[in-house]
Design a protein around this ligand. Structure first.
Ligand SMILES: [Zn+2]
Length: 55
């Protein structure tokens, strides 16, 4: 995926993929509901990775 640099978390590839997966998971086109879950998924994944890197 080609994308211009942006520090907006919603523009990060990981968030974009999570967002699209949440549309499928929730079977919803409600953008705010989908994006809220995508944000939780990405935050949880990041916390898990940080826990592994810094036990
Ligand atoms: Zn969407």
């Amino acid at each position: 995926m080609l994308h211009p640099y942006s520090d907006d978390y919603r523009a990060q590839p990981e968030h974009i993929v999570a967002h699209e997966l949440c549309h499928i998971y929730l079977q919803s086109s409600d953008e705010s509901r989908v994006d809220a879950l995508a944000t939780r998924w990405v935050d949880a994944r990041r916390a898990k990775h940080l826990a592994v890197l810094r036990p």
